[in-house]
Write a protein that binds this ligand. Structure first.
Ligand SMILES: C[S@@+](CC[C@H](N)C(=O)[O-])C[C@H]1O[C@@H](n2cnc3c(N)ncnc32)[C@H](O)[C@@H]1O
Length: 205
């Protein structure tokens, strides 16, 4: 993440350009590979990726047969996403998750290391839009940050385990991995407290 300060400013003002530029060449995130394994071949079905950054996971989804709608507030990733969209069924838009976007109904929704940067007062509307976009049987794969994360107390959204579980009410929780450790962020040393969530919307009927 790009900020050196532990007290993060409002997500809308944050500049993720340097962070995203530095992602070139890194491997696909495990959350994305777990999501595609769980969901099976895309076979032309619709996936959403919220906070796609440079598009590494967007491309992974497309390579697995998904038609991908990607979204990120950082305009600097536009050229990389446009290049990918020339070769794969990807539609990208530059937009903020803080103005609850209209989300395409989807069979897979992926968001790696992004939702916690949405301000708390905007999170409920966004989460309602996310839940509303999940078609029967859809896979939901998202990262949340916990309340003991170094960045908690800033303007983002941080959850206790109970709060994270409450968000998943009505979904089949396939995995919710809570991780807490000292490590590094893009900005330097950091104490991480995260939830890696894989869940599924119940099938209709
Ligand atoms: C830590 S980066 C993660 C990017 C990518 N998913 C990855 O795993 O490398 C967070 C991403 O969320 C985007 N982001 C942060 N706040 C946002 C908002 N309010 N609306 C849309 N995108 C946002 C940033 O531009 C950035 O690309």
């Amino acid at each position: 993440m790009t900020d050196g300060a532990l007290r993060l400013p409002g997500a809308a003002e944050r500049d993720f350009g340097a962070y995203n530029a530095a992602q070139r060449g890194r491997p696909v995130r495990p959350l994305a590979t777990q999501a595609t394994q769980l969901a099976g071949p895309g076979a032309g079905r619709t996936a959403l990726e919220l906070g796609c950054g440079l598009g590494i996971e967007t491309r992974h989804l497309a390579e697995h047969g998904w038609h991908v709608h990607s979204l990120d507030a950082d305009p600097s990733v536009g050229p990389a996403l446009r290049e990918l969209a020339g070769r794969w069924p990807i539609r990208h838009r530059t937009a903020s998750l803080e103005e609850p976007p209209s989300l395409e109904p989807c069979q897979l929704l992926l968001s790696c290391a992004t939702l916690p940067f949405v301000r708390r007062q905007r999170f409920a509307a966004l989460w309602a839009a996310i839940r509303g976009a999940l078609l029967p049987g859809a896979v939901l794969a998202v990262d949340l940050f916990g309340v003991r994360d170094d960045w908690a107390g800033g303007d983002g959204t941080f959850h206790s385990r109970e709060e994270a579980l409450a968000l998943l009410d009505g979904l089949e929780v396939v995995a919710m991995v809570e991780d807490e450790r000292d490590g590094r962020a893009f900005s330097g040393p950091k104490h991480w407290h995260t939830f890696r969530i894989l869940a599924r919307q119940p099938a209709a009927g």
